[in-house]
Design a protein around this ligand. Structure first.
Ligand code: ADP
Length: 609
């Protein structure tokens, strides 16, 4: 997270707010207080001057009376002047005192130079007309203006009220303003000191709020990285302390929730990765957001490659299906990924991720490997069609011969026995086929168990070979490499006899005249190894593995002609497998074929059961 700049921090804001509050408070107090203070000082000053003026007036009036009456022996005018000088000492605030007679002549003043001069002052003229003036004026003193309180008042006789002259006083009020200025300066200094203290206090106070907040911010950052072990320190029980406590509580709950989610996720991950089915999840637009290990294997595509790709494209069905179509279809799809060599068929089932009737949030696709099922189903269909075909062929042949007999061949002495013999052969072939099918069907049954008994395989094999030796044509020779010692084994005598019959009859069937059939029988550790080799037509390499499949024939026409059902080796394989043995073929096309059978000498208890 970006660090908060100092000027944007709460810390700074707090300090600014404190300072502004103090500043405003000081300013308001200062303005109100100074105004009041100045007014009060001015009032006191003027009141004092007024009282002094009244006192001077009383004395001046007395002296002016004397001047008029000339009652006193001493020169009254001089007495008046000395009176004013005395007063100027007593009332040091008064800067100028003048007494003017009715002719506007200055008859006494604290400044002797003025005495005898004529006053031209308007205020004095006004006073001589009976108007008093008490006001502040700006009076020039040299080159500067001085605020001065001026009192100009008429002096009347105390006895008859007759106007005797005028009294004029000036008192500079600048000192009052000076005092007020000094107070202002003191207040300004006090404000600066208060602001400095406030700023310091603000920093300390703000830190008590911002410290827990910064702590919580740090905690939130650590939590975002997945670490829930850290705790916020609770400094106090105030609101911020409660917030810190709630924050710690929240951290704990979040940790618990996180642990639950994590364990659920681990469970889900392990379930998904151990699932035998592939699971793919997409977002609402059909882009892959999750896939398990099995689906990676099934689609031969790494998660890294598939993530974020369009599901129908990954499944290779984008031409026929859009994601909306898959959402709507409730049926599953069969996806055939088989190659020439390996069959691989998947069934894909789709279900939408949707809460109640809310919007579709994605699709879950489950991929199930149905190769085996599909193969079984395919084989079953093939088997039914093969059986039908195999039965139809002899039946059709028989029908045509029977029709021919019915239509007159019966009366033909030469044809009739021939035709009857063919129908008999076909009937026998059908019986053989049905017998073989029944036998295979019995062995396909889950409950089928070979009837194990102790048999001397050497003796059994020689018996079978002898039987064939008697019926074979003289053109074919037998070569036997059978061990002299008895070979006791636990086998199903009839079933193994049939295996040998099927293999030997094939060797004879596919051997040309003059061919040799070689028999080997020997013990190989805990098993016996039988091999029957002929010098017949052989089997092409590509068909070798298929000759044990039901109804498989390398050369169909020839095999049928020879009377084969295509089930001989399939039965042999089932019998050998039921004996826990192995059967395989080796062949060189045109040179001959060897069929190998390996059987265990003893059956385990389970196999026997
Ligand atoms: P069939 O009854 O047709 O012989 P089998 O299951 O016994 O059926 O054999 C399957 C096919 O394997 C035969 O059709 C034949 O093409 C081939 N085959 C089996 N044994 C031999 C052999 N010894 N030499 C050549 N081909 C053989």
């Amino acid at each position: 997270m970006k660090k908060v700049g100092f000027f944007k921090s709460i810390h700074f804001k707090f300090v600014v707010v404190y300072i502004l509050l103090i500043l405003i408070a000081m300013q308001v107090i200062g303005v109100l207080f100074m105004d009041r203070q100045e007014q009060k000082l001015r009032e006191n000053f003027t009141k004092n001057i007024d009282e002094n003026a009244d006192m001077i007036e009383v004395n001046v009036e007395e002296e002016l009376e004397n001047i008029l009456t000339q009652s006193d022996k001493e020169a009254p005018q001089e007495r008046l002047s000395s009176l004013l000088q005395d007063f100027s000492f007593t009332f040091s605030d008064i800067d100028k005192m003048m007494v003017v007679n009715l002719d506007q002549q200055i008859i006494a003043a604290d400044d002797e130079d003025l005495v005898g001069k004529k006053s031209t002052q308007n205020l004095i003229s006004q006073a001589l007309l009976g108007h008093s003036t008490n006001d502040i004026f700006q009076i020039e003193d040299g080159d500067q203006l001085v605020r001065t309180y001026v009192v100009s008042k008429p002096v009347r006789s105390a006895q008859n009220g007759q106007l005797l002259g005028a009294l004029y006083l000036e008192a500079s009020i600048e000192d009052i303003y000076g005092l007020s200025r000094t107070l202002n300066e003191i207040l300004a200094n006090a404000t600066i000191i208060a602001l400095a203290i406030t700023a310091l206090l603000g920093i300390v106070l703000a830190s008590t709020i911002t410290r827990p907040l910064a702590d919580m911010q740090k905690q939130a950052q650590v939590m975002a990285r997945g670490d829930f072990t850290r705790k916020v320190k609770v400094y106090d029980k105030d609101e911020i302390g409660q917030l810190a406590a709630s924050f710690n509580d929240l951290t704990k709950k979040l940790q618990e929730a996180n642990e639950i989610t994590e364990s659920e996720r681990t469970k889900l991950r392990s379930v998904l990765s151990y699932m035998t089915d592939g699971v793919i999840a997409t977002d609402r637009d059909g882009f892959i957001i999750l896939m398990n290990d099995r689906s990676e294997e099934m689609l031969s595509m790494s998660r890294h490659e598939a993530m974020g790709r369009y599901l129908p494209e990954v499944l290779g069905i984008e031409k026929d299906f859009s994601i909306d179509k898959l959402e709507e279809s409730s049926n599953s799809l069969i996806l055939d990924y088989s190659s020439h060599e390996v069959p691989f068929i998947l069934r894909a089932s789709f279900s939408v991720i949707q809460k109640d009737d809310g919007p579709v949030n994605g699709i879950i696709t489950v991929l199930h490997d149905v190769t085996e099922q599909e193969q079984i189903e395919r084989e079953r269909r093939e088997f039914v069609s093969n059986v039908s075909h195999e039965l139809r062929t002899p039946l059709t042949t028989m029908r045509s011969y029977l029709e021919a007999l019915e239509e007159g061949a019966m009366q033909d002495e030469n044809l009739a026995p021939k035709f009857l013999s063919v129908t008999q052969q076909e009937t026998e072939r059908m019986i053989r086929l049905v017998t073989d099918l029944l036998q295979l069907s019995k062995m396909d049954n889950k409950d089928f168990r070979p009837n194990f008994q102790k048999v001397n395989l050497r003796e059994l094999m020689l018996q079978v070979i002898d039987r064939f030796e008697m019926s074979k044509s003289d053109q074919i020779t037998f070569e036997k490499h059978i061990s002299d010692k008895p070979l006791p084994v636990r086998i199903d005598r009839d079933k193994i006899t049939q295996v040998l019959d099927n293999i030997i009859s094939n060797a004879l069937k596919y051997s040309p005249d003059g061919g040799k059939v070689t028999f080997h029988l020997n013990k190989d550790g805990k098993s016996v190894h039988i091999s029957i080799k002929d010098e017949g037509v052989g089997i092409p390499k590509q068909n070798l593995s298929k000759i044990f499949d039901r109804f498989y024939r390398v050369d169909k026409a020839r095999s049928r002609e020879i009377g084969g059902t295509g089930l001989g080796l399939a039965i042999a394989k089932e019998v050998v497998i039921a004996h826990n043995g192995q059967i395989w073929a080796e062949s060189e096309y045109g040179k001959g074929t060897t069929i190998h059978v390996k059987l265990p000498t003893h059956q385990t208890r389970e196999a026997s059961a």
